[in-house]
Ligand binder design. Sequence first.
Ligand SMILES: [Zn+2]
Ligand SMILES: [Zn+2]
Ligand SMILES: [Zn+2]
Length: 326
Amino acid sequence: MATELRLDPLNGRWVAIRPERALRPDAFVLRTPFTTDAADSCPFCPESFDGEVVVDETTDADGHWQSRVVANRYPAFDSDAPFVSVNKGPVFTEATAGGVHEVLIFTPDHNRSLDAMDDGEIENIMALLKRRLVAHASQSNLRYTQAIINSGREAGASIEHPHGQLMGISFVPRDVAEEQARFSQFVAGCLLCTAIEAESTSGRRTVLSSDAALVVAPYWSGVPYEMLVLPRHHATHLHTESDAVLTGVGLALRDALRALKAAIGDVAYNVVVHSAPYLHGEPFHWHIHLFPKATTRAGFELGTGVSINVVKPEDAAEVLRNAATV
Ligand SMILES: [Zn+2]
Ligand SMILES: [Zn+2]
Ligand SMILES: [Zn+2]
């Protein structure tokens, strides 16, 4: 069978689809357990919480926190400086890395993974996420916040306790600018509203569908079992979306993670939220990427930006869809 090239309309990169029998669902590499990180030494557990600065939190009726945001102790970005770039030579350009770096601790329970959470817990987490992004949006030196989840050592997590990270930065990063440009160039309406319509019509890549969101294994998946969570309601920014929509989209993400675990096991993964930069309006449609950590970017991908995906998205969707409905 010939290798098929598919174009990712969000970033303009080609993806090579080259199915291999070697990577069947049961051949996936599962996450390696953390050995040192017992609950009694975890900085995010209530019993061993070691004085991180709490920025915001949600609490239950007894005043116990349910989810909370703390300042990252080892921030990648942490000053009020605006973005001013300086040329220090013909090929040396420098700028101050202003911004904030926060950790969103999903739960006080060390062993409660996102896929296991109930609807109320998801609602809490999404509400807290929104509150932080509203706060970031009002901070004059922040242009964009990257919300991510690194789950599992293979996906870059250094702490096992379920958490995400919010990196507010003073510039619009290249990949987000590229998506913005792709939305602008797409002349037939909104790129992702069109994708929702096309994928709903086809159904072949649908993993799950709810009132709030459509989850697909995108046509242009660059890694095996990649998913895209598409809010049905067209909105440029996450932080201005209604609580009801945010909860619905959060539930779709949780259910996608459940399907992933049921389909191929407890693999490491990255979640990437893309919302438009704060000062940017239409056209954009916020969305969430879910990348299971199955493969490592090797030389060809680093050299070309072209991913080679060994699982056909249609096959991945079928496996995930079946796992989602059991
Ligand atoms: Zn913990
Ligand atoms: Zn749209
Ligand atoms: Zn995106």
